[in-house]
Design a protein around this ligand. Structure first.
Ligand code: PMV
Length: 335
């Protein structure tokens, strides 16, 4: 039995679009911060007597589609390990699933690390990142602690995330709506590629943004990082909104929160807004400013759930997890 913990990551330069849907090779590289909030804990237990995998999400049997996605992923691990043994997978999410709060990133990063260990694979961080990518693209970045760059690569071996050095960053998440999104990012990426007239421009300009943000990281230029982050998110949403039929993830409240970032900057607090495939808005700031940004937002947006976050650990195994009637009791963290 192997248990792993992983945290969501939020991209500053977004991954939106695949060049290979099967291998999950992205159209461009991306860059993110793995957070220290909303962990996912996943236990994988091999069951030599079972003829099918058993998947439990937050104490209840997973829906058939979600369970099938886990089995497809485990098949990759089993192929690498050269075995066919089925498994019991038990996952606890503390992030609302499917709400654009990166639950698939923490979910598949935790599953990759737990499953690799359970099936006896000895994988380094790069190989674990590649494996997590096959479950959900952004999961390859949650294998890495803190800021990570996902190299687009040209094949399975060259598409992985690794740490990138730069200024210490923090985030404040404004949870506008924790409900599941209407269109999955998987489906929306395909629709963007197939129907958005801005899809090619998005890919071209994001490759440029990634290079610019890498240079900004190297010279510790937070202002440039923030400006590129906010602009890149809006470009992604512009490309998505231009799909037919249209997809619009940003709610009126989300747009108001982008205005709020501008207001904070005008008041001398360097914060920039970004949003994934959902209505929730994430404020990116210097790590030292997280509490000040959280406080300034709390004054004006009482209704929203605001969560302060700092750089978090990469996906890792933990010790001493006991599966008792489907419930975990975690005694001790190993790393
Ligand atoms: O990994 P997926 O399929 O959940 O896609 C994530 C896409 C965004 O969150 C919108 C952007 C990103 O880079 O994380």
């Amino acid at each position: 039995m192997s248990t792993a913990v992983a945290h969501p990551n939020i991209a500053l330069i977004k991954y939106w679009g695949k060049r290979d849907d099967d291998l999950i090779l992205p159209a461009t590289g991306s860059l993110s911060l793995t957070l220290d909030v909303f962990p996912t804990t996943t236990t994988v237990t091999l069951d030599p007597h079972a003829d099918a995998d058993r998947v439990v999400f937050d104490g209840a049997p997973a829906e058939p589609r979600a369970a099938a996605r886990i089995t497809t992923f485990l098949d990759l691990v089993r192929a690498q390990a050269g075995v066919t043994t089925r498994a019991h997978v038990d996952t606890r999410n503390s992030v609302p699933t499917g709400a654009g709060l990166a639950s698939s990133a923490s979910g598949f990063a935790a599953l990759a690390v737990a499953a690799a260990d359970a099936y006896g694979l000895d994988l380094d961080e790069q190989a674990l990142s590649r494996l997590a990518r096959r479950g959900s693209g952004s999961a390859c970045r949650s294998v890495i602690a803190g800021t990570a760059i996902w190299h687009a690569g040209t094949d399975d071996a060259t598409s992985y995330a690794e740490p990138v050095a730069g200024p210490a960053l923090g985030m404040v998440i404004a949870v506008v709506d924790a409900g599941a999104k209407a269109v999955s990012s998987r489906e929306a990426m395909i629709r963007t590629r197939d129907t958005s007239p801005y899809a090619d421009a998005w890919v071209r300009s994001t490759a440029d943004d990634l290079e610019a943000v890498r240079r900004a990281f190297a010279r510790q230029d937070f202002t440039a990082i923030g400006e590129l982050t906010e602009s890149n998110a809006l470009r992604m949403h512009a490309a998505i909104m231009a799909c037919r039929p249209p997809i619009r993830y940003l709610a009126p409240r989300s747009v108001a929160l982008f205005d709020e970032a501008a207001r904070l900057r005008a008041a001398g607090l360097a914060a920039y807004a970004t949003a994934d495939a959902g209505p929730n808005v994430v404020f990116v700031c210097r790590d030292a400013d997280v509490e000040a940004v959280h406080g300034a937002l709390a004054e004006r947006f009482e209704g929203d759930r605001l969560v302060a976050a700092h750089a978090g650990p990469g996906a890792h195994l933990i010790d001493g997890a006991h599966l008792i009637d489907g419930a975990h009791v975690i005694d001790e963290v190993r790393s």
